[in-house]
Design a protein around this ligand. Structure first.
Ligand code: GLA
Length: 392
């Protein structure tokens, strides 16, 4: 072999190894775009049952959500009550009388995927049995039941680094032989964006989202605007197969106005955040349904390049977020946090464009606004957004 060819092969090998690095999560080739689905916690907390999960799956399959890309139906905490003599995790026999496998089969028959929750500690955050020291056995059971997604929490954990605990579960999931999306839920405490790509497919970056604009709970829960602030600067860690997770959506619950829901959804889309809905999707008002199923917004979130949006400017209560899409287009969110209408401008220079004139499309209106020179300005209502695409 010639020296050049040898060098070329070594270079290709290095490239292959380095591009394989982020794919070292529990399951390769999963979550190549941010996962989309529904999770029980934000709306139903511990009040989960097989009847609820089945009716949610029925709704997602028929109300336009499945067609818009929502896939995973995830039971959060409180499905589990104990372990049998052999250590196998047991579902609540009253709330899940048919067992978890039958429920997963039901969800699969709807053309959807099935997710479940456990915890890296002895007990979950709601005090149910956790996965610590049962990782291999639990992963094997989840695989046998047909689980496609595992959210793994961090309450009551052992005295060990999070990366070590989550890597143990990653290895157990790998050994199970079933591709299972692995959602790390350690609330951003040990900067999981620094190690998460080798362990899971997504990692929570903050404490729990609350159903409010900017509230704060003394235990750390917070409204979506505070969570948004904590995402700035994390963009370089996200990409296909490994995502920052700013937590599940509160769109459609009772604490946000429709305008605020639209802003929350738009900002999660520009962040390339997992779109895990957390409302009662069986009984949505049309306004909420149209937010959650907006094709152009979802396409921005699901863009195959997988780049997380960046905050390109901020002045007082106004800010601009931009996301570079696979075709070179920029998706832009003009966000007004204030209580009075505000003029917000994005310049083409902010977006890294050299050209003078670009076509602008309004994504919520679904229509092109025309060509604009150097910049675009919109008057944005309080707590509202304007979401545009700026074409190269
Ligand atoms: C933690 C998680 C939440 C939810 C609850 C369940 O608080 O961060 O998302 O899963 O536990 O107990």
């Amino acid at each position: 072999m010639s020296k050049c060819r040898f060098r070329f092969l070594i270079a290709v090998l290095i490239l292959m190894l380095s591009s394989a690095m982020p794919g070292q999560a529990a399951s390769d080739n999963l979550a190549l775009t941010p996962p989309m689905g529904w999770n029980s916690w934000n709306k139903f907390s511990c009040d989960v049952s097989e009847g609820l999960i089945k009716s949610i799956a029925d709704a997602i399959a028929t109300n336009g959500m499945k067609a818009a890309g929502y896939q995973y139906v995830i039971i959060d905490d409180c499905w589990q009550v104990g372990r049998d003599a052999a250590g196998n995790i047991l579902a609540d026999p009253v709330r899940f009388p048919s067992g978890i496998k039958a429920l997963a089969d039901y969800v699969h028959a709807k053309g959807l995927k099935f997710g479940i929750y456990s915890c890296a500690g002895t007990n979950t955050c709601a005090g149910r049995p956790g996965g610590l020291f049962h990782e291999v056995q639990d992963a094997r059971n989840y695989a046998a039941w047909g689980v496609d997604y595992l959210k793994y929490d961090w309450c009551n954990h052992a005295d060990e680094p999070a990366e070590q605990a989550y890597s143990r579960m990653r290895d157990a999931l790998r050994q199970s032989g079933r591709p299972i999306v692995f959602s790390i839920c350690e609330w951003g405490q040990s900067q999981p964006w620094l190690w998460g790509a080798n362990v899971g497919n997504l990692w929570r970056t903050t404490s729990d989202i609350q159903d409010c604009w900017d509230c704060r709970r003394d235990w750390g829960g917070m409204g979506f605007t505070h969570i948004l602030d904590l995402q700035a600067g994390l963009e370089s860690f996200a990409g296909p197969g490994h995502w920052n997770d700013p937590d599940m959506l509160e769109v459609g619950n009772s604490g946000l106005t429709d305008t605020e829901c639209k802003a929350h959804f738009s900002l999660w889309c520009v962040l390339a955040a997992p779109l895990i809905t957390g409302n009662d999707v069986r009984f949505m008002r049309p306004e909420i349904q149209s937010i959650l199923t907006n094709r152009e917004l979802i396409a921005m979130d699901q863009d195959p390049a997988g780049r997380q949006g960046v905050r390109v400017s901020k002045a007082g209560n106004t800010e601009v977020w931009a996301k570079l899409l696979v075709d070179g287009t920029r998706a832009v969110v003009l966000f007004n946090r204030g209580d009075v209408p505000a003029e917000i401008t994005v310049t083409w220079a902010d977006l890294g464009y050299r050209g003078r004139q670009h076509v602008v499309r309004d994504l919520w209106a679904g229509s092109n606004l025309g060509k604009f020179k150097k910049q675009f300005t919109d008057r944005v209502a309080p707590h509202d957004v304007c979401v545009i695409k700026v074409m190269p």
